[in-house]
Design a protein around this ligand. Structure first.
Ligand code: AMP
Length: 452
């Protein structure tokens, strides 16, 4: 199927071309016809599936007819980065139309947003807090909203936004189309969805399991050796952009500083930074000024950098859901990516949960030539999460040859214990060491510790 089969207007198809999309992703194939039919939609999809265009394209198509100059589509997102990314998608896909989008989020001047709203916009992409501010000031009118989108609803719940959402809902016409996206469906989210959706069609893509274009590996290690392991690992992998996750803001700051000292172009991204610093870090990462971004979970929400080749979990995520969200940053759309997770002996339980979710055992690796200082990495699986014969899993692990097959997108992949990986491993550590890696800096230092 291609986009021409989706009954979109030529001006919208021109936007698709502008964005460089050639084939609709599965969620786009499923959701676009339903949204065009004016159906409410419950979308169970995570970031990386193409869900933004899945709702934005039919919304733009709808807005081509009818009045301009009033807010007719409201999209609510949990973080500024995600709101900004959705807004940019609206701008790109709507380039050949007269439809205008405004992004509304905190941390930046309110006046500019008021000014943009006064000039007239048909689409508003907003975070709940700042939107309520504008509603309180009377600077935004939601009485003409025809389509409401709640994006990453589960994350909004995690961030405590549900009361705000309910307040906003009171100001939006009851007669409307509602599109509700969530990667997971905890009870509270299901209740909210049942309350606000009318006879919804459900579309489900890659529910819960991390995008299958990502292959996963664990590096058993001790806390004290983590930094050294990262420094040893980076030169041995061929990477484009590397997103490194830490548990706390302080650890993100410190690790970015240490990587900078190693000569990498690196930025930190964590919640204490002013919005202009956050945007500078994200844009620098996107345009290649930084090869490595060290981030905390919340700060990294909504980052959309399609060149991310590796996600490295320097610290194990707290929940399986957080793992899913982190991993969703690589292997976006049709690209392949790798996810490396540093694993402490105490992380066995969460690893078992992640393996259950992936329905496979994750490869445990030992970095060749690395001085483990007496620590013996346990590269044997602790359990049998996927319900497979563990002897078979172990055998598969020690066999070096993979058998090859073709992935759905025509890309050649090989399967190793059921996990999908590129036929030419983009980042299999090589004993020789000297390999393309995140470029070390030859220019002035780029990282300066963020305030706070
Ligand atoms: P999303 O899940 O909306 O965050 O999108 C993930 C990434 O996929 C973004 O970088 C999009 O620009 C990209 N993308 C969305 N739709 C397509 C498509 N049909 N073909 C190729 N890339 C796409």
């Amino acid at each position: 199927m291609n986009f021409e089969h989706l009954s979109l207007e030529p001006r919208i198809l021109a936007g698709v071309q502008e964005a460089g999309y050639t084939t609709p992703t599965p969620i786009q194939q499923q959701a676009i016809p339903l949204v065009l039919q004016n159906r409410d939609v419950l979308g169970l999809a995570q970031t990386g599936t193409g869900k933004t265009a899945a709702f934005m394209l039919p919304i733009l198509n709808r807005l081509l007819t009818g009045r301009l100059g009033q807010v007719r589509a409201l999209i609510i997102a949990p973080t500024r980065e995600l709101a900004e990314q959705i807004h940019q998608t609206a701008v790109t896909l709507g380039k050949k139309t007269r439809i205008r989008s405004v992004a509304i989020y905190g941390g930046v001047s309110k006046e500019r947003q008021v000014w943009a709203l006064r000039r007239g916009a048909e689409i508003v992409v907003a975070c709940p807090g700042r939107l309520l501010d504008h509603l309180g000031d009377g600077s935004i009118d939601l009485s003409h909203v025809e389509v409401l989108v709640l994006d990453e609803a589960d994350r909004m719940m995690d961030m405590g936004f549900l009361p705000d959402i309910r307040r906003i809902l009171k100001q939006v016409p009851a007669q409307r189309q509602t599109l509700f996206f969530s990667a997971t469906m905890p009870d509270e989210i299901r209740t909210l969805a049942n309350e606000i959706l009318v006879d919804p069609a459900t579309v489900q893509v890659g529910m819960i399991a991390p995008v299958e274009t990502v292959s996963h590996a664990l590096y058993p290690i001790t806390e004290g050796l983590k930094s050294r392991l990262l420094f040893a690992l980076l030169p041995q992998i061929e990477t484009q952009r590397v997103l490194v996750f830490t548990r706390t803001k302080r650890r993100a700051r410190n690790l970015a500083r240490d990587l900078e000292a190693q000569g990498y172009n690196v930025a930190a991204l964590q919640g204490n930074m002013a919005q202009n610093r956050r945007l500078e870090a994200i844009n620098g990462f996107r345009n290649g000024a930084y090869d490595i971004l060290v981030a905390t979970d919340i700060a990294a929400r909504g980052i959309d950098v399609s060149e991310i080749s590796h996600v490295i979990n320097f610290d194990m995520p707290d929940t399986v859901d957080a793992y899913t969200h982190r991993i969703g940053r690589t292997g976006r759309a049709e690209r392949s990516g790798e996810a490396f997770t540093f694993m402490l002996p105490a992380d066995e339980a969460i690893v078992r949960d992640i393996e259950r979710l992936l329905s496979t055992r994750i490869d445990r690796r030992q970095l060749p030539g690395f001085d483990y200082a007496g620590f013996v990495p346990n590269v044997q699986p602790a359990s049998n999460p996927a319900g497979r014969d563990s002897g078979q899993a172990r055998r598969a692990q020690v066999q070096s040859g993979h058998h090859r097959e073709h992935g759905g997108n025509g890309q050649q992949v090989s399967r190793e214990n059921g996990a999908r990986r590129p036929a030419q491993p983009v980042s299999q550590p090589r004993a020789g060491g000297a390999a393309p890696a995140p470029r070390r800096r030859s220019r002035r230092p780029r990282y300066s510790p963020p305030a706070g």
